[in-house]
Each structure stands twice: as structure tokens, then as C-alpha cells.
Design a protein around this ligand. Sequence first.
Ligand code: XMP
Length: 328
Amino acid sequence: MDFNSNKRPETMERITTPALANAFVEAQLSALREQIGDRKVLLALSGGVDSSVVAALLIQAVGKQLTCVHVNHGLLRKGEPEQVIEVFQGQMNANLVYVDAADRFLDKLAGVADPEEKRHIIGAEFIRVFEEEARKLDGISFLAQGTIYPDILESDGVKAHHNVGGLPEDLKFELVEPIKLLYKDEVRMVGKALGLPDNMVYRQPFPGPGLGVRCVGAITRERLEAVRESDAILREEFAKHGLDEKVWQYFTVVPDFKSTGIRNGKRSYDWPVVIRAVNTVDAVTAQPAELNFALVQKLVARITAEVPGVNRVLWDVTPKPSATIEWE
Ligand code: XMP
């Protein structure tokens, strides 16, 4: 099988069982060892399914010849950087460079309200941070990427939302793209075969700009914390009720306006939190997930009690269209 082709052969069997996933892993490990030899590989590891599967494959194939760079842009969900470090450094013994760049990103984003400008700043800063880390490493020959087949079908092969496409000429590496012929469900099967934890393999889609597009308008640290804490509560409650396996995407949003409330007998003037939970097949259209009202009330009680600066919770039940899934 030619793993370097950009076209999936018609004869390639769909990976639907653990046995087929194991066979893919075995074939890829020898193909990767042959391609890489004793040279070195660099990977931007976000902790998403695709880059995590590529990391796990390369760790098995070439071990410490792989260096993973995990950039924390300050817009990750609660516990995400910790999990990346625990799984890849702790359990898989990978070479992992962890870059806490939160202050850099938040300083650049201060006062910027336009959603596309926010995306642009996050993408451009990501490339800058990754490039700085790449320059510190000697003798890298390859750049690994978590490109998957839909990325190739939808674009010119450059992962639309991935940020490592724009490195300067003197940092151009040969690409290693071991899962580029796989569909998402196959990537998950392969992730399972490689021993990645379920909450990494089956996690919901998470946008590259992260919580940045859920902290509506100009991002402030206080409001960003309100997004992160309320998102953590929502995820915890969804997992407790088995909804993490049933709902396609669910998160919270904090708009940039305040409303009045009462706390401890006194008038408050605080942020609202919006709950968004949707089901979809392809993200082109989406329907609000039907949530049990007792669960909604529990979420209201926990979020208003536990998240500082929040006095109100709204539930967004708008389909796409007319709304998009995200608020920005
Ligand atoms: P919308 O909001 O357009 O979202 O209905 C559709 C899907 O795309 C995700 N999304 C993004 N993913 N970078 C990403 O990597 C982005 O800038 C971005 N914006 C939206 C969104 O989470 C949903 O799954």
C-alpha cells in the first residue's frame, strides 16, 4: 500500500474492527521506520484526536527520535495540558516540550473584539511560538502532521484549521502524515489500538482557537476563567449522565455583557453563561440536543454557585441555521 499517496485506493478496506486497526498500526510502524530511519521528527501535539494518534504511532515507531511540542495558548479547556503531559510524557515516555505561552497569547488578544481578527492572531502567534521551539532543536528532518482524509478532500491537503502550514522557508521539513488516508472513525479505532485513553479518542470536536471563540468579544482573563470553569462543570455533568457519548458537541459561552442579579441579599451585576449542546452529522446543519430539565436546573445551580462573576445561565436551543454552532 502506498501510504504517501494523497488518494485513498478503492481497495483499501475501511477500518471497522480492532483487528483491522492493529493491522494498520503494524503496517504503518514499518512504513514509518523505513521513511524516517535514524532521523528526527517534530510534531505539534494539541491533544486532539488526530495529533494524539500521530504522536502515539510515532512514539511506537521511532521513540525518542520524535519531539512533541505542546503549545498551551491559554485557551485550552480545564485539565487539557495536564492530560497531554500525563499521557505522552508520563505514560508513553515521549520527548515532550511543553510551552506555556498563555500570557503571550492573551496580551496579543487584549482589546481585540472581532472574531476573525482573534482567529488570525491566535493562528499567527501559534506559528511564531512553534517556530521558536523548532529553531531550538537541532537536526530535525521531518514535520509530522495529523492530516486526515477529509482534510485532503476538503482542501488542498493542508489541514485547514491546523496552524503549522506556515513555517518559513528555512524551516521547511519533509512531511510525515501517517493518518492522511483515514476517516475520523478510523482514526479513533487506531487511537484505541494504540492504547490512548477513551476521553482522548472519543472527545468532541474542539476548535483550534479554543475557548477564545467562546469568550465573546474582547477576551478578558476573568471572563475566560468563567468560560473554562463553566465548561468543566458542563463536561462533568454530561459525563455523569452518559451524555458525553450521546451529544456531538457541548460547551459554554460567556457573552460580553452583564445583567443584574441578587447574591447574598445584595444586588449583583455579573456575566451570563450560555449552554450550547448540539447534534449533527457533518456540522453543516445542527439541532439542539434535548436535555432533561432537571439536568438544566442542576447546571444552573452549579454554574451560578461555583463560577465567580456569573449570576445567570441561558440555554441556547437555536438550530444551525439560523445560528452557527459556535457563537463566533
Ligand atoms: P460553526 O460555528 O461554524 O462550527 O457552526 C462548525 C464546527 O467547526 C468548529 N469550528 C472551528 N474549528 N477552528 C476550528 O478548528 C475554528 O476557527 C472553528 N470555528 C468553528 C466548531 O467547533 C464546530 O464543530
